[in-house]
Design a protein. Structure first.
Length: 390
């Protein structure tokens, strides 16, 4: 490989959540950090170079979006996903979780219902409850090692709602939704006048044999009834730079959302935000190809290690991204016991499956965006704790 993903980079004492907030979140520091969804890899050189040039300039005044930002997004979406968008349909937002909150405030009222599909990215539920909207769940079904949608339940539940939060690809399960599944969800939501919010932050990372399909690209029914959120943050490990974007084809929805953001000055990027995204999309594709191959090898390594050493464990093999949903139901532990097992016996920081909602109990989300040596140490710690179980 041209890029060295085996390099172990010291991140302690750099103000990063993954390493420096272990005490706050887990009550102890001596853990292998395999939790929050950022990677332990250096960002592509094209990103660090553009940051270096900007810092060396030395003046950090008010700025406008970089001129290459929207063209870079347009070219990337066309090249990688076959999706055509216009500059006018793209807007800046500082992060996808706050963007979801802004959607709820702009398009719903207190007490309105929001559909989500657990086990799913937990801030969907948090932000809905915090804003006094009501979460409604269409639980995913685990069939032959992958999640499936119960469409009868989906239509019954979504008919009660104003908003549907779609996780595309799915987090934590790593499922890449098919065109048929996306189209069916689009048709049901349009039939019941439910706005679809498609969170596609992991969409640039489909793994071998899979292709991400943007929800809005499956047809006019979807395109005119959704807001798509994307970012280069997970893809190129630049989450700390807070640069996401929305794409909205429908002009009425776009204008309503844009007004909400503009009136609160939430649509203005900081100095570095758009320039690094343009650099990553224009020059980072080779890095991404190698990173995904490295992650796929990590997934293979973990799957083989579990099969050979911990037969009571299993894993949902992801179709996208570097997150693995580890199935520990075979240990027959309660959620509290399982959290204690990983944190205090294995000494590994994972995201407990229970936080992702219904269907998450007995699971743990593990971050494989790390050097192989880091992954091996974590697995060896888990095995030692596993061997000590009664």
């Amino acid at each position: 490989m041209k890029y060295n993903f085996d390099e172990e980079i010291i991140r302690n004492n750099t103000d990063c959540i993954k390493y420096d907030a272990l005490q706050e979140f887990y009550g102890t520091e001596n853990l292998s950090p395999m939790w929050i969804a950022d990677m332990d890899f250096k960002a592509p050189p094209c990103v660090t170079e553009v940051l270096r040039r900007r810092v060396e300039h030395g003046v950090f005044g008010y700025s406008v979006p970089n001129a290459q930002w929207k063209p870079a997004i347009i070219n990337w979406l066309s090249r990688r996903h076959g999706w055509h968008v216009e500059e006018a349909e793209i807007g800046f937002v500082g992060g996808i979780v706050p963007a979801l909150a802004f959607v709820l405030e702009a398009f719903t009222e207190v007490g309105d219902k929001v559909l989500m599909q657990p086990p799913v990215y937990h801030p969907y539920n948090f932000v809905t409850c915090d804003l006094k909207r009501v979460p409604v769940t269409n639980p995913l079904q685990l069939v032959d090692g992958q999640y499936r949608i119960d469409f009868e339940d989906f239509e019954r539940k979504v008919s009660q709602c104003k908003i549907f939060f779609l996780c595309n690809p799915h987090n934590p399960g790593g499922r890449v939704w098919s065109v048929d599944e996306l189209l069916k969800m689009a048709q049901i939501c349009a039939r019941h006048n439910v706005l679809v919010i498609s969170d596609e932050i992991h969409g640039d990372m489909p793994l071998r044999g899979y292709k991400h399909t943007p929800f809005a690209s499956v047809g006019d029914v979807a395109a005119h009834n959704c807001i798509t959120f994307m970012a280069a943050s997970k893809t190129f490990n630049i989450a700390g730079l807070k640069s996401s974007f929305h794409i909205i084809h429908n002009p009425e929805i776009r204008d309503r959302y844009a007004r909400f953001l503009r009136h609160r000055e939430l649509d203005t990027p900081h100095l570095f935000a758009t320039e690094v995204v343009a650099a990553a999309y224009n020059h980072g594709e080779e890095w991404l190809t190698e990173m995904l191959q490295y992650v796929e090898d990590n997934i293979d390594f973990m799957q083989q290690y579990i099969r050979e050493n911990m037969p009571r464990l299993d894993m949902i093999r992801p179709q996208a991204s570097y997150l693995v949903f580890l199935d520990a139901r075979g240990l027959q532990l309660t959620d509290e016991e399982l959290a204690h097992f990983f944190t205090h016996q294995a000494r590994v920081a994972v995201n407990p499956g229970a936080i992702f909602g219904e269907g998450g109990s007995g699971f743990a989300r593990v971050n494989l965006g790390c050097p192989r040596s880091t992954l091996q140490r974590a697995l060896e710690r888990i095995k030692a704790a596993y061997d000590n179980l009664a």
